[in-house]
Design a protein around this ligand. Structure first.
Ligand code: ADP
Ligand code: X2W
Length: 283
């Protein structure tokens, strides 16, 4: 009996947070580093479903950088990152699309739908809802910077009760263009801004942003991020992630969090407890 009372108490503790976020859009960036074991993927699906059932509107933007790199290695195609973003040749772009839109997107959609969610998978090429132009073609090739997101496409899906699952690929302007490879963190923040999300959560493979001593930094401001980037504490894949957080909050998203996707139910801990987890980036 006591255990049952505890369960009810836990539910009641979550009430203020459910009230706060009910009907709000929460964008979840599901990084390749957090898509590891089948058990963890199940927990991710449960968290999304719970959010959905209490009235939160989740939108998922996924990554898959590690799988892309593995496939390129298997095919003996060299790949390189500059400032945390992949250099994308035409050949690489085919693999990027195959892994992101073909494999990972469908896997996440199937996972959620096997839990009775109404997940629907799209990439920025669908209805050309994300458009981009080359970041710097001579340096990064077909890696793009987003120029426009048609919010209506995502908002209509949400209105119909779907959970949009978005692959970070954008349409090019010209006919027959192979499309652009978009860093998934930046894709998530542009989508979050465009659709008026309340919150954006980045699930990754570290407890959050760490200092040189590997301690968690619970809150960071724009100025602090700048210093940490300049002195090299924030490097590699964390660079586009913090940039994406700043992009989101500058664009009107209330809060941006970088949390540990390897920790079971970290999303629920972030949403439904006052302590939260990971790093919160504030204006
Ligand atoms: N200051 C930092 N704190 C935490 N992680 C950092 C930091 N600087 C760089 N990183 C690196 O960023 C990685 C997360 O980025 P990335 O591998 O691109 O993840 P994801 O696939 O989730 O986007 C971490 O695993 C870590 O190696
Ligand atoms: C331009 C660029 O770097 N695109 C990324 C897209 C996938 C991604 O961002 O995946 P994660 O979130 O798992 O790192 C790439 O090619 O790896």
């Amino acid at each position: 009996m006591q255990a049952k009372v505890e369960t009810v108490k836990t539910l009641l503790d979550a009430l203020p947070f459910i009230r706060e976020f009910r009907k709000e859009i929460v964008v979840i960036k599901y990084g390749g580093s957090a898509q590891t074991s089948p058990e963890l993927k199940e927990k991710f699906a449960e968290d999304i479903l719970l959010m959905y059932l209490v009235g939160i509107k989740p939108v998922i933007v996924h990554g898959g950088g590690k799988k892309i790199t593995d496939m390129l290695e298997a095919l003996k195609i060299e790949t390189e990152f500059i400032d945390g973003q992949r250099v994308t040749t035409k050949e690489t772009m085919r693999i990027v699309e195959m892994i992101l839109s073909g494999e990972i997107n469908k896997e996440i959609v199937s996972l959620l739908n096997s839990h009775d969610a109404k997940a629907i998978g799209i990439s920025g090429k669908d209805a050309h809802f994300i458009r981009a132009r080359a970041k710097d073609f001579s340096k990064w090739g077909l890696t793009g910077n987003i120029t426009n997101v048609k919010a209506d496409v995502v908002l209509n899906l949400i209105k119909e009760g779907f959970i949009p699952v978005i692959a970070p690929i954008a349409a090019g302007e010209e006919m027959g263009h192979p499309g652009y490879n978009i860093n998934a963190d930046l894709c998530a923040s542009y989508v979050a801004k465009a659709i008026g999300a309340n919150k954006i959560i980045f699930l990754t493979d570290t407890p959050g942003v760490l200092n040189k001593e590997k301690q968690l930094l619970a809150t960071l401001t724009k100025d602090e991020v700048k210093v940490l980037k300049e002195n090299g504490t924030i490097h590699g894949g964390m660079v586009p992630k913090v940039d994406a957080c700043l992009e989101a909050i500058d664009g009107g998203v209330h809060k941006a969090h970088i949390i540990d996707g390897r920790l079971e139910h970290s999303m629920l801990l972030e949403l439904f407890t006052s302590e939260g987890v990971g790093t919160q980036i504030v204006k």
